[in-house]
Each structure stands twice: as structure tokens, then as C-alpha cells.
Design a protein around this ligand. Structure first.
Ligand code: ATP
Length: 275
């Protein structure tokens, strides 16, 4: 009960330029974040304040990275939690944790002399799943209700403006109450990267790694169809490990081929024949 949520604010140095692909997601997100940066203009125009953004997409596609970059972009403090952290055996504990998360965000912002906070809640479906879908489990409902209360209580003129960014790969499981106007009324899709996206992600993870000039990242991107950003990060890391094992100074094309096979086998990826 007394636990504090992880504070990444000091470590949040990730920028949108360090996130490969996801052009549409980055654009939609920055457009929404511009509302946070210009609250006065938003108020003058009578725009409803933005309280929540939901990121939808499979695991490892960069949703956490996007939320961190959002905090950086808006110069906000950043707190992260996972939906499963709110699920407790005892009635009321989950709801209390939700309250605490919002409270802690405000405290941290004041301490850091910032007027904005971004709360990131991964696996929101655990917390915000359809009410009643957990059988007679009252605890889930209380937790979700508390989240709705907190969101409804957010005001554009609060001393610390809190924005909730949630992530899920199970949009179908979410309670409709979360999607009502004034709550998570922005949904941003964060899909698996296409070939160009994969190449960009590979490039990002190859920075500062010795790679021989005949490595064709275009080919590596082609060969890694169906991979997420997290898989691609593993591919580059595995390729470097192969170079190390082979006592070589730099990564060669063969290392990438082996690394792709290794990651694919490890994940048993369900890949279609060509991209
Ligand atoms: P999950 O749903 O499993 O929490 P996620 O979508 O939040 O996944 P991240 O935690 O953001 O994924 O990504 C995990 C790691 O994968 C990152 O730390 C990074 O190394 C790599 N990665 C994922 N997507 C990208 C991307 N678009 N560009 C660069 N690296 C990426």
C-alpha cells in the first residue's frame, strides 16, 4: 500500500527522434500534446481539455517510449505504472492506489517545479476492463470507478495539469466508460512497423555499434517482417553477441541473419511469407 510508483522523470531523456517508424502515431501524439503546451489558447478557443490518450498496439512497438517522449516534449514529470499493480485481493486497495498515483504525480510536479505531469499506465485493460466482466469481483469495478473519478476531476486550470497516457493491446476489453468524451477521447494506433519503420528502428539501435559497410539494413529490414521494435532491438544485440563470440571487431551480414533466426525461434513469431 505504501509503495510509490516509479518516477522516471530524471531518466526521461528519450525524444521522438529516438523512436523509429510510427510516423502517424508520433504526429497524432504531438498534435494532441500541443494542447498541453498551449493551455491558454485551448481555453480561449473553448476546446475541451485533453485528459487522456490511449495507445493501442501489440507488445514491444514503442508505446512506453512514446509516453516517455511525450513527457519530454511537454516538459512534464513522468510516472509509470502497470494496470496489474492496481489489482488486489482486498476491496478498496486498488482504488486507493489509483488515488495515490494521481496525488503522487501532483506532488512530484510541485517538487520538480513543473506544472505538468504525465501518468503512464501500461496494460490498462487489467484496470479498465469491462465492468462486471470479472464475475462478481467488486474490486476491479471500484478501481475503474476511481480512475474515472480522477479523470473527471482533472481541470485545465489546475496548478499541476495531469495527462493520463494509457496503453493496451486489447482495445476490445476496455470498458466503454473510458472512451467517453472527456476521458480517453484520443486513441493512437501503434502498430507493428512496416519495412521502412523496421529499417529506421534498426538504424537507431545500430548507432554506436561497429558494423561492416556491406551490411545492408534494407535487407535486414526485409528479412525481419513481422518483428516489433523490441524484437529488432534484440536482433541488433544478438548480432553484436555473434560478433563477440566469433572474436570479430564488427558485425557482418551473417551475424544479422543468424540473429534474426534466433529471435524468430525464441519468439515463435507467426510470420507471413513476404512483406
Ligand atoms: P509493451 O506493450 O510490451 O509494454 P511497448 O509497446 O511499451 O511494449 P516499449 O517498451 O516502448 O514497447 O519498447 C521496448 C523496447 O523495444 C524499447 O526499449 C526499445 O529498445 C525497443 N523499441 C520498441 N519500439 C521501438 C521503436 N519504434 N523505435 C526504437 N526502439 C523501439
Amino acid at each position: 500500500q505504501g509503495r510509490r510508483f516509479e518516477d522516471y522523470s530524471a531518466k526521461t531523456t528519450i525524444g521522438f527522434d529516438q523512436i523509429g517508424g510510427q510516423q502517424a502515431a508520433k504526429q497524432e501524439l504531438t498534435e494532441a500534446l500541443d494542447f498541453i503546451i498551449n493551455p491558454q489558447k485551448v481555453e480561449e478557443l473553448g476546446i475541451r481539455p485533453l485528459k487522456g490518450i490511449i495507445l493501442l498496439g501489440p507488445p514491444g512497438t514503442g508505446k512506453t517510449l512514446l509516453a516517455k517522449a511525450a513527457a519530454n516534449y511537454t516538459d512534464a514529470v513522468f510516472l509509470a505504472a502497470s494496470g496489474s499493480e492496481f489489482v488486489e485481493m482486498y476491496a478498496g486497495v486498488g482504488a486507493q492506489r489509483v488515488r495515490k498515483l494521481f496525488q503522487q504525480a501532483r506532488e512530484m510536479a510541485v517538487k520538480g517545479k513543473k506544472d505538468r505531469a504525465i501518468l503512464f499506465v501500461d496494460e490498462i485493460e487489467v484496470l479498465g476492463g469491462k465492468r462486471g466482466s470479472h464475475g462478481s469481483h467488486l474490486e476491479y469495478d471500484q478501481t475503474l470507478n476511481q480512475l474515472l473519478v480522477e479523470m473527471d476531476g482533472l481541470k485545465a486550470n489546475d496548478d499541476v495539469r495531469v495527462l493520463l497516457i494509457a496503453a493496451t493491446n486489447r482495445a476490445d476489453m476496455l470498458d466503454e466508460a473510458l472512451m467517453r468524451p472527456g476521458r480517453f477521447d484520443r486513441q493512437v494506433k501503434v502498430p507493428l512497423p512496416d519495412k521502412d519503420g523496421r529499417k529506421e528502428i534498426l538504424k537507431i539501435h545500430c548507432t554506436n555499434k561497429p558494423i561492416v559497410t556491406d551490411v545492408d539494413l534494407d535487407q535486414v529490414a526485409k528479412d525481419s517482417y513481422g518483428f516489433s521494435g523490441a524484437h529488432l532491438e534484440s536482433v541488433v544485440n544478438e548480432a553484436a553477441i555473434m560478433a563477440f563470440r566469433n572474436n570479430m571487431q564488427a558485425i557482418i551480414p551473417e551475424h544479422f541473419r543468424e540473429a534474426i533466426d534466433k529471435v524468430m525461434l525464441g519468439e515463435k513469431l507467426d510470420r507471413k511469407p513476404t512483406s
